[in-house]
Design a binder for this molecule. Structure first.
Ligand code: B1M
Length: 220
């Protein structure tokens, strides 16, 4: 199968909510020598975005969106370990420690998982707290592992406020200067990051790695 045909089948597998097909197509892409991040960005992400549009326009109901998310996750289960394996591990030393999660009230985790995998592949020690993470858990974990970065992901406009609340909590508890706080997720912008006093915003997983490197004083 040609590369472009394969990528478009990946998109269709997510739109049609077919996890087994998505997993198999991901494996086929790897066998063909495609980069895992390329497979995600050009094959699967267009599918989940389209499913979101169909849901928004009322053509899909929630069960269909859930099936699409399951197909996306099946592909990610194949590709994420490959991303983590592929990276430069900095000869056993981690560049810095990152605590990451999706904020309280939000269960979306596909994009956050991708950011975590890419950071890990690029030599960061990543502590992924999952989704629906309370401000207390973020802070406790960051203190426990002596994190350099705390990454807050959110996909819902309503839960963007949880990012602001976390930064306020850091200030109230006297820990603000101890951690660099990064925010991201589809509705988040650089302006929002500046408004709430975050240290940075990244549009996607590659940019998140660049931003962390930049904040460490390295070349992005
Ligand atoms: Co939901 N959902 N969803 N959903 N969903 C959106 C976000 C939505 C935009 C769909 C729509 O209306 N078109 C909409 C939000 C509207 C809004 O807030 N204005 C929405 C809604 C409303 C909901 C529910 C409330 C629906 C309901 O129950 N009525 C519900 C949420 C419940 C809750 O959380 N409390 C819900 C549920 C779900 C599913 C469970 C079905 C599923 C999630 C499965 C999962 O994640 N485990 C789902 C999905 C799949 C989506 C869409 C279609 C796709 C999200 C995704 O995975 N994208 C989404 C529509 C969309 O975004 N276009 C939608 C692919 C992923 C690779 O991209 O997550 O953007 P993304 O991550 C990128 C960047 O944003 C960035 O890098 C990533 C990789 O490049 N990034 C960071 C992300 N985090 C970062 C952190 C960083 C830096 C960069 O630093 C820390």
């Amino acid at each position: 199968m040609e590369r472009d045909e394969l990528l478009s089948k990946m998109t269709d597998a997510v739109i049609n909510g077919l996890p087994a097909d998505a997993g198999e197509l991901a494996r086929r892409g790897l066998r063909l020598g495609l980069e895992p991040t390329d497979i995600i960005d050009r094959g699967f992400v267009p599918g989940i975005r389209r499913a979101g549009e169909l849901w928004e326009s009322g053509d899909y109901f929630l069960p269909e969106l859930v099936s699409s998310a399951e197909a996306m996750k099946a592909a990610m289960a194949v590709l994420q370990p490959e991303i983590e394996k592929s990276g430069s591990r900095n000869e056993g030393r981690s560049l810095a420690r990152v605590v990451i999660g999706t904020v309280e009230g939000d269960i979306h985790d596909i994009g956050k998982n991708l950011v975590a995998a890419l950071l890990s592949a690029n030599g960061f020690e990543v502590h992924d707290l999952g989704a629906n993470v309370s401000p207390e858990r973020f802070l406790d974990k960051a203190l426990e592992v002596d994190a350099d970065f705390i990454g807050l992901s959110t996909l819902l406009t309503t839960t963007m406020l949880s990012q602001r609340r976390f930064l306020e909590r850091l200030k109230e508890t006297g820990h603000r200067s101890r951690f660099k706080v990064l925010v991201g997720g589809a509705p988040v912008t650089g302006q929002w990051a500046a408004d709430i006093g975050a240290d940075g915003f990244a549009e996607n997983a590659v940019a998140a790695v660049g931003l962390c490197r930049k904040l460490l004083g390295e070349r992005p």
